[in-house]
Design a protein. Structure first.
Length: 394
């Protein structure tokens, strides 16, 4: 073998050293994207009605979600990664909920969805979450179909609110057993799954308890004149009128009922819970009642601490939707922490195993159909303001 000269040997050594240096640099460059991916934020798609007829619901829920996410990020995030909240306004429309959830999944690569609020809109979101195997948590959609497709439980759909059979039953029992009402009329929003479900469950339980449904009439959300229906109500002579609709319609129904001389109490569900209800009703709903998920008057330290933080952040008292939004995000974050990894499937599995998460609206224990087993509260309206009346256990 021929010996190398000093210069040639030095050149060879330098070349080997440069080659190793370049190789190390390439390895570092290859490792950089992996490190960046590891530190990439966890994307949550927040699909809410921030404008439209139920905008106050979306505003409260969105604030609650943001508060929980900000707290989690301030504490270091989840498994060393921050949470990135991508907010979409659905305007309370099912078609917009479908578009928003698709965009969150395909464009932003969301690992989880929070939303929607209205049951009809959530029913538009649910098949998209299922098809893409992305877990979704609704803060406030109470229709049983949200987590059930026929007899089958939707694998990726969850909620933190009670469901219509419980809510409708609670008000029917309260009307019959506490208020001693024997005759009830129903005014339902025929285009709203939430309203239709609540009306059906109220009627079923009320009749099972020996009451009589003397009239069942319908309207459509956005109507301005309810006098034709209310005239029928007046002549049917009920002792209570069950109106499971949303706050704008309910407030107008309340005012027009009093104008026509219908003096009996109205009753409803959590769709009444908005400051706008009192602003529009102008006292016409005094003496009426509705079921809700929580009351800010609850002296529980958990509720009062949440209310304090919410008011500091948003300069308003949290309604039930603010509390439910917070609980939905809390459930998601808790599941992420417990999950074996941060894939959507692992997070879904962890959500399903939730048995005792302390939320603002109660302790969350999910049943086989992904519904929480929790209490409801009765809210009365006095002097054009909400007043806590009672808590009803499941």
């Amino acid at each position: 073998m021929r010996k190398l000269g000093a210069v040639a040997l030095a050149t060879l050594v330098a070349g080997v050293a440069c080659s190793k240096k370049d190789e190390g640099k390439q390895q570092q460059q290859a490792a950089a994207p992996a490190a960046q991916a590891e530190a990439a934020p966890i994307v949550i798609g927040n699909v809410m009605p921030l404008s439209g007829d139920i905008a106050t619901f979306g505003e409260g829920a969105n604030n609650g979600v943001k508060l929980a996410v900000e707290e989690a990020n301030a504490a270091g995030g989840v498994k060393g990664r921050k949470l990135s909240l991508q907010i979409y306004d659905t305007q309370g429309k099912p078609e917009e909920a479908a578009i928003a959830s698709t965009r969150a999944i395909n464009e932003k690569k969301a690992t989880l969805l929070i939303g929607e609020l209205g049951s009809t809109s959530t029913l538009a979101l649910a098949p998209i979450a299922e098809a893409n195997k992305i877990p979704a948590i609704s803060p406030a959609s109470t229709n049983p179909k949200v987590t059930k497709d026929g007899d089958k439980t939707r694998a990726y759909m969850f909620r933190v609110c009670f469901i219509d059979p419980f809510q409708g039953t609670v008000m029917a029992k309260y009307a019959r057993e506490t208020l001693k009402v024997k005759r009830a009329a129903i005014m339902r929003d025929v285009g709203n799954d939430y309203s239709m479900g609540l009306a059906d469950y109220f009627a079923k339980t009320f009749k099972e308890l020996g009451g009589e449904i003397v009239l069942d009439v319908s309207y459509k959300a956005g109507d301005q004149d309810f006098k034709a229906q209310l005239t029928k109500v007046k002549f049917a002579k009920p002792e209570i009128v069950y109106v499971p609709g949303y706050y704008t319609d309910v407030a107008l129904i309340g005012r027009q009922s009093r104008e026509l001389g219908v003096k009996v109490a109205l009753a409803g569900g959590d769709g009444w819970d908005s400051a706008k209800l009192y602003e529009i009703a102008q006292g016409a709903l005094d003496g009426s009642f509705f079921t809700n998920h929580y009351s800010v008057e609850n002296p529980s330290p958990v509720v009062q601490e949440f209310a304090k933080k919410y008011e500091a952040a948003y300069h308003a008292k949290p309604d039930a939707f603010g509390a439910l939004g917070y609980d939905a995000a809390l459930l998601a974050i808790d599941a992420m922490k417990r999950a074996s990894d941060l894939t959507p499937t692992a997070i879904r599995d962890a959500i399903e195993k939730t048995t005792s998460l302390q939320g603002v609206t109660g302790t969350i224990r999910l049943d086989a159909d992904h519904n929480p087993v929790k209490s409801a509260v009765i809210i009365g309206i006095q002097k054009n303001a909400p007043k806590y009346v009672a808590t009803v256990e499941p």
